[in-house]
Design a protein around this ligand. Sequence first.
Ligand code: CA
Length: 428
Amino acid sequence: MGWLFLKVLFVGVTFLGCLYPLVDFCCSGDTRGQKPNFVIILADDMGWGDLGANWAETKDTANLDEMAAEGMRFVDFHAAASTCSPSRASLLTGRLGLRNGVTHNFAVTSVGGLPLNETTLAEVLRQAGYVTGMIGKWHLGHHGSYHPNFRGFDYYFGIPYSHDMGCTDTPGYNHPPCPACPRGDGDGPSRTHERDCYTDVALPLYENLNIVKQPVNLSSLAQKYAEKATQFIQHASASGRPFLLYVALAHMHVPLSGTRLSADRRGRRPYGAALREMDRLVGQIKDKVDRTARENTFLWFTGDNGPWAQKCELAGSVGPFTGSWQTHQGGSAAKQTTWEGGHRVPALAYWPGTVPINVTSTALLRYETRTTLKCWDSGLENHGPRLQRLETSRREASSATCLGREFPDASYSSDRSHTDLPVGNPTC
Ligand SMILES: [Ca+2]
């Protein structure tokens, strides 16, 4: 099995570059019948320095640090974009925003989503016989056919976009703080642009196509995600079929959960407490993998983009990638920028017996499409209509293997409903 990991490493890895070689593995003739499970855990707005294994100042990620010691840590890994929707679109399609069409964040009022002619990893794997599940933040369109259940996922539980894009009765920590959902006959506050808060629509929680709670209870969301993730792994394993589970966490995006955020000994309250809560959630999922499908599951942890620096003490750490030139101009060097802190993210691979233990890779890992095409060519059935598009992509492939920062338009995406760029935050 060691050859498989070497293949992963050398073929070229990004969010999907890491996975598609494994898809190739699962559908190649000589390994048929040994399809691995995939568990992808994606943190939101987590800084490179928020992982203790990366940055010694951080002491809040015991489970992730253990995962790093038991697997492989990538210290020069880059997200495909520095904001949520473009990064997630690339994660699921293996294509940069310039090609998949998602170059900006979707809003609450967006009627579209990830273009329907894009093929997702979940669709590929489902056609290869996988059970597919997604838990957490989608943010790739929330109306009609853009819903996760129509983009390859058999099961979905989560919120349609960021949890600061709707009011809740448990607002949590934000900067500046937001009020709870308005009550009564409509005399309450409407969306207050100046306060960067949304109150027109209460944040919904979906299970498949149904809203099961609105507004969502942010205080219990992490535990709900842990329950649903472990249940999915249990049921999928019992089915005898390989599975894909994509868990897109609410952490570390603001608002930070308002409960159990006890004082942090290093003064990072409540950020440090929320980081520990996320770490426990990841630990619960990893424990379930270990107890259920340890030998045949590839577990991947990473982030969608760097920390949201404008949130001051409620933002994570970029570690050493402070962008001193940029910050001295009064701007940010993190999320929403093409500076390194915006897209250089933690990345861990874990698969006992296959992924080497306690290894740190300094390889600069990049966007890759050619391996995707190789897999498509290797015999997954019923892809005829899509192959024509992929043939076009093949001609682009040599130029597509690039770092996001070499294509600034692809990795730059400003969500001006939140802030103008580049800016610092004079209130920090
Ligand atoms: Ca994000």
